[in-house]
Design a protein around this ligand. Structure first.
Ligand code: TPP
Ligand code: MG
Length: 547
């Protein structure tokens, strides 16, 4: 009879089944045994400088690869990664969190072992709130089934899961053989048929239908279906900020980014006046809805997400989101006449001048220079609002924590992007404040031989917050960002002030391969793009109303 695999080796094999090739993290004594197993496996361990960096990298990796993983030690590592995992939960990114922990034999009599917070279950209880499934593999005979369940839940819900490995069980084999199970949810084909019938009738009757596409179209790999759907039906597509890049922004049916009153008026009008709005994979958050300035009439909407399928004010149970989109794409949809709603092409940016560069011009120059093989990885702040208007050419080219908005995402996320798809060169847009949080993860960039282009928008502080409420708490120490390559012994850096200096530095960075480039762009503390002005105003109003 074939012997069962050890718990550790089974977990490694199942991660590979789901396409995971890299795992991010930092070891510690409670997880060293599993690290040894990882080291001797086909999975590549990517050590980061801090666990939150590993979390952001795994999140970005998951967004492109379909699943990502972190491996950390008990509590000191696990709780450091919790914020990044919370972001992955909020934005539906399938990250597997693996944490080592004290062995089961060590737990007898509840001793005070290092890293323990309150009880041995404290870390698991915290992760229960920010994952869709969690398990402590404390019983060898059920461990393999628990691994299957967690990974299936991660895959199905596109959200993080937590797996805790007591250190004395990593090399243990269950007594009974186990067959890997990929649990499928039960759906009702009759409900799907009925939902499609109703959706098609409404779309075919409509005179001004619009599709509003969001993040789940990315996560469930439905970007091609979306393209086919709009091309067959000729229904125009708007996207949310979180869904940005789900369709080529050069597509003739692309309308633009919808964000309520915060966004472009033409996009708002088309979406809100639609007599049938097909909302695909939408997250109805404040950021996505322009701080709730959106006026969407659910009576005229068809809403399909992994959590619900509803048409007008009634809902269909047991209908799978992906199957719904597949079926709709293949259904008998009438071809609507073109309404010429595509945004007018941007005027040419013109030659760079010797004058000080502004935020608006900076984004214009980047926009004109982005190429097909680049992925924009964006942090929180001015960079995110400026990036709304960047023209993204293909799918998954824009990665940002646009809903959870945790600063410090972008530099570590660029590592996940580059490892998930080595053909993509990350262009990181990050504020000086956010860079100071996790920018030293460039150390991992150097260790892995990656070559992102990092653009630091240096406006000497927390400009986004200055627009909501200013005070000395928004000032931060000015770093010599361009000299970071000296500390790391690798890379190329330059501080720029004028348009000409920026475009020259960009050209140098593009030609400089194999190592990172860092361009620190000096900006005025109150210089901003129109989107941030509108948002700051709205948030300041909300702040004063909440008192
Ligand atoms: C982890 C985290 N801490 C605090 C905040 C609150 N916050 C939102 S924007 C911002 C300022 C960002 O500063 P910077 O990165 O320099 O970008 P800028 O707004 O100046 O462009 C802060 C502190 C946050 N979003 N995330
Ligand atoms: Mg700043």
């Amino acid at each position: 009879m074939a012997t069962s695999p050890t718990i550790g080796s089974y977990l490694i094999r199942r991660l590979q089944d789901y396409g995971v090739r890299h795992i991010f993290g930092i070891p510690g004594d409670y997880v060293l045994g599993f690290y040894d197993q990882l080291q001797n496996s086909p999975l590549k361990v990517i050590g980061t400088t801090k666990e939150d960096g590993a979390g952001f990298a795994a999140d970005a990796y998951a967004r492109i690869n379909g699943m990502g993983a972190v491996c950390v030690t008990y509590c000191v590592g696990g709780l450091s990664v919790a914020n990044a995992v919370a972001g992955a939960y909020a934005e539906k990114s399938p990250v597997v969190v693996i944490s080592g922990s004290p062995g089961m034999r060590e737990r007898i009599d509840d001793p005070l072992l290092h890293h323990k917070v309150r009880s041995f279950s404290t870390q698991k209880e915290i992760f229960e709130k920010i994952t869709v499934a969690s398990a402590v593999l404390d019983d060898p005979d059920t461990a393999l089934a628990r691994i299957d369940e967690c990974l299936a839940a991660c895959w199905q819900h596109k959200r993080p899961v937590y797996i805790e490995l007591p250190r004395d069980l990593v090399d243990v084999r269950p007594r009974y053989p186990h067959r890997a199970v990929t649990r499928e949810r039960q759906f009702d084909p009759r409900a799907l048929k009925e939902a499609i019938g109703e959706a098609v009738a409404r779309l075919n009757r409509a005179k001004r239908p619009v599709i509003l596409a969001d993040v789940e179209v990315h996560r469930f790999g439905l970007a091609e279906e979306l393209r086919a759907l709009t091309e067959r039906s000729n229904i125009p597509v708007a996207v949310t900020i979180l869904g940005k890049s789900v369709i080529s922004e050069l597509h003739p049916n692309y309308l633009g980014i919808y964000e309520g009153a915060m966004g472009r008026a033409e996009v708002r009008a088309a979406v809100e006046d639609a007599d049938c709005l097909l909302m695909l994979g939408t997250v109805l958050s404040d950021v996505n809805l322009g701080i709730f300035t959106a006026e969407l009439d659910h009576g005229r909407a068809i809403e399909a997400t992994s959590e619900l399928i509803s048409i007008s004010r009634h809902r269909y149970d047991r209908v799978d989101f992906a199957q719904f989109v597949h079926a709709l794409t293949r259904a008998k949809l009438r071809r609507h006449r073109s309404r010429n709603l595509a945004p007018a092409p941007k005027p040419p940016v013109g030659e760079p001048r010797d004058c000080a560069i502004t935020v608006t011009r900076l984004f214009d120059f980047i926009d004109e220079r982005l190429s097909e093989d680049m992925a924009v990885v964006c942090d929180v702040g001015l960079c995110l609002f400026g990036a709304i208007d960047l023209v993204i050419h293909r799918k998954t080219e824009f990665i940002a924590p646009a809903y959870y908005t945790s600063m410090g995402f972008a530099v570590p996320a660029s590592i996940g992007v580059a490892l998930a798809n080595p053909r993509l060169r990350p262009v990181v847009l990050v504020g000086d404040g956010a860079f100071q949080m996790t920018g030293m993860e460039l150390s991992t960039v150097v260790a892995q031989g990656l070559d992102p282009i990092i653009i630091v928008l240096n406006n000497h502080g927390y400009t986004t917050e200055r627009f909501i409420k200013d005070g000395p708490y928004n000032d931060i120490l000015n770093w010599r960002f361009e000299r970071i390559p000296e500390i790391l012994g690798s890379g190329w850096g330059r501080a720029v002030r004028s348009e000409r200096e920026f475009t020259e530095a960009w050209a140098t960075a593009c030609a400089y391969r194999g190592r990172f480039s860092l361009i620190a762009v000096e900006l005025e503390p109150f210089d901003h793009c129109p989107a941030l002005g509108r948002l700051g105003e709205r948030m300041a109003r909300n702040l004063s109303q909440s008192k």
